[in-house]
Ligand binder design. Structure first.
Ligand SMILES: Nc1ncnc2c1ncn2[C@@H]1O[C@H](COP(=O)(O)OP(=O)(O)O)[C@@H](O)[C@H]1O
Ligand SMILES: O=C(CO)[C@@H](O)[C@@H](O)COP(=O)(O)O
Length: 563
């Protein structure tokens, strides 16, 4: 048999990237990035220019097809690999990134009658305008003693499917009515690749159904009574607009259609895996297929992934889902809604002109310029401590209405000290999550990191090792989720076609981490322990109701800006 390959397509927040992977050893033969032509739509709608309110974040569904149109042919061409030898394709996506579609699978925003309605568009994972619905959902679920709530750390996030669907119903009942289904973007792209709307079979993946739409392998979705208690119009949501065949990760969703073969340059009939989520796909790609090993997918945000054998309750976790990451295990997820995004905010909005000029003169990026100078400081030397809530708090407080804080500024504070304080704040956020798991029966013995940040910033990784007092292993790939997605593509194809029969087999052959690791430095660990205690005091004071100043300010801002 000739050498066999699979393609993984990773749909991030700003762009999508395809990677062509050698199935014998996981080597990435070629990769290609397609920036989304419309990026993140958070100010006004395309074409109509209709303004969006605060906390909205939308996307254009054709941007996802554009990635297939450009990046898949590009990796085929760059590698010189024949389409015949690409036996499978898998994708991973941000989540919950969801959209309303009609009975033909056409996104409502692509139809002239809905293109001017913001609710017709794709709601990106970081669309935070459904907090009201999330708060009501959590109150009703708690009051009814819903069994599902502990599985989600006690709170359902406004980032997830049901809150987003309910926001559509509340604010645009006509869009709700017109939607034949609400789908995760990952499932929608797979439906387009495999022609599901032509055959009438619509496949949802167990990962997003479980983590984002409150589905449970044994118990299914929440009851009709629960949905009716939210709003009588939602009573039949599950059988109507959430209907679809839920398939576990590692299964085949279908085969590439002739039309999609033409668009991508791949062969019609190529095996296509069920959709997956970015962070979840990354886990087997770093070789993690059993318990005790926490994987951090570090980029715009961080997702923390962990496997266990029992279903236990951990405050603020995003969820525990059977087969949600690796078949046979309970997959735990937690996260921070902004990490790289906070550093980007600082670089774009808060550095003085002299920093930009100096970085330009030195021929380096602003991140690098600040990092080089921040590296010269010892832990504690800046006198600063920050709360990492620039985009709310996902775990463990599950509250998108929390905002950022920096304590300790003086007239002598330098931009590089502020930057370092922000790097450290995100590490304290991660430590809070690790402690929540470790101290509640889901042990964390090893930590792995993948995503863009470990490649970009060594200081950041050393700080994470020091703050968590754990050695950190780094993925030997810039595109770990895409490699994971390719593994699932190889499993969809199966060993008879040159792929694998399980993701565990695929990980044994294909996963890679670097030799070099980041080890905690004892002197730093000791100082960070003291700083972390300060962080926890501020965290609990601002985050657990002692002082709701952040919420009052946000409410005032909304009130004043509506006048
Ligand atoms: N040198 C750097 N140090 C820290 N953060 C950086 C650096 N360069 C870029 N970033 C941040 O990395 C983030 C992008 O991470 P990446 O993993 O590439 O993207 P995504 O999360 O979309 O997959 C951006 O938020 C950006 O601010
Ligand atoms: O929430 C999830 C996964 O559950 C992510 O898709 C979301 O945080 C976005 O991840 P990125 O920061 O774009 O890698």
């Amino acid at each position: 048999m000739s050498k066999k390959y699979a393609i993984g397509v990773d749909y991030g927040t700003q762009s999508g990237r395809a990677v062509l992977v050698d199935l014998a050893n996981g080597q990435e033969i070629a990769d290609h990035v397609t920036p989304y032509p419309h990026g993140v739509i958070d100010e006004e709608l395309p074409v109509s220019g209709i303004k969006l309110e605060h906390d909205w974040a939308l996307q254009h569904p054709d941007d996802y097809i554009e990635v297939l149109r450009k990046s898949v042919p590009a990796v085929l061409a760059a590698s010189g690999v024949a389409a015949d030898d690409v036996i499978g394709l898998g994708i991973d996506f941000t989540a919950c990134t969801m959209l309303p579609v009609d009975a033909d699978g056409t996104p409502l925003c692509l139809k002239p009658e809905w293109e001017r309605n913001p609710h017709g568009w794709v709601k990106l994972w970081k669309h935070h305008a459904a907090q009201d619905e999330a708060d009501r959902l959590n109150a009703i679920a708690a009051e009814r003693g819903e069994k599902f709530l502990p599985r989600y750390g006690g709170k359902i996030s406004s980032e997830w499917m049901i809150a987003k669907v309910w926001q559509i119903l509340d604010e645009a009942p006509d869009v709700y009515e017109a939607a034949d289904r609400f789908t995760e973007a990952t499932d929608w792209v797979i439906s387009q690749l495999t022609g599901q709307f032509e055959t009438g079979e619509f496949v949802r993946n167990s990962c997003t159904a479980g983590y984002k739409a409150i589905w449970h392998k044994q118990e299914g979705y929440p009851s009709k009574e629960f949905f009716a208690a939210l709003d009588p119009r939602l009573e039949n949501l599950v059988e109507t607009k959430l209907r679809g065949d839920i398939k576990p990760l590692g299964t085949k969703a279908g085969e590439l259609t002739p039309a999609m073969a033409e668009l991508t340059g791949l062969k019609a009939g190529t095996a296509i895996a069920v959709g997956n989520v970015d962070a979840h796909a990354a886990v087997p790609a770093v070789g993690v297929v059993d318990e005790g090993k926490l994987v951090m997918a570090m980029g715009t945000s961080i997702c923390h992934m962990l496997l266990g054998t029992e279903e236990v309750e951990v405050e603020g976790m995003c969820g525990v889902v059977e087969d949600g990451i690796i078949p046979g295990y309970k997959g735990y997820e937690a996260g921070q809604s902004a990490v790289g995004d906070i550093f980007e905010w600082f670089v774009e909005e808060a550095v003085p002109a002299y920093v930009k000029e100096a970085a330009e003169k030195d021929g380096v990026g602003i991140h690098q310029w600040l990092t080089e100078r921040a590296s010269a400081y010892k832990p504690g030397e800046s006198g600063l401590v920050a709360l990492d809530w620039w985009n709310g708090n996902r775990s463990v407080l599950v509250d998108t209405n929390l905002t950022g804080v920096v304590v300790g500024y003086t007239l002598l504070t330098k931009p590089e000290e502020m930057y370092r304080a922000l790097l450290e704040a995100t590490a304290y956020g991660t430590r809070t999550i690790i402690d929540a798991f470790h101290n509640n029966g889901v042990p964390v013995h090893e930590v792995y990191a993948c995503g863009g940040l470990p490649q970009k910033n060594r200081l950041l990784m050393q700080i994470y090792a020091d703050v968590t007092n754990r050695e950190i292993k780094i993925a030997d790939s810039k595109q770990t989720p895409a490699v994971g997605a390719a593994m699932f593509g190889a499993v969809a194809a199966g060993s008879a076609k040159g792929g694998y029969d399980s993701v565990v087999d695929a990980a044994k052959a294909m996963a890679r981490v670097r030799e070099e690791t980041f080890k905690p430095i004892p002197d730093n660990v000791a100082v960070y322990e003291r700083l972390y205690q300060e962080y926890r005091t501020l965290h609990d004071y601002f985050g657990r109701g002692a002082n709701d100043v952040m919420k009052r300010l946000k409410a005032l801002k909304d009130e004043v800006s509506k006048e």
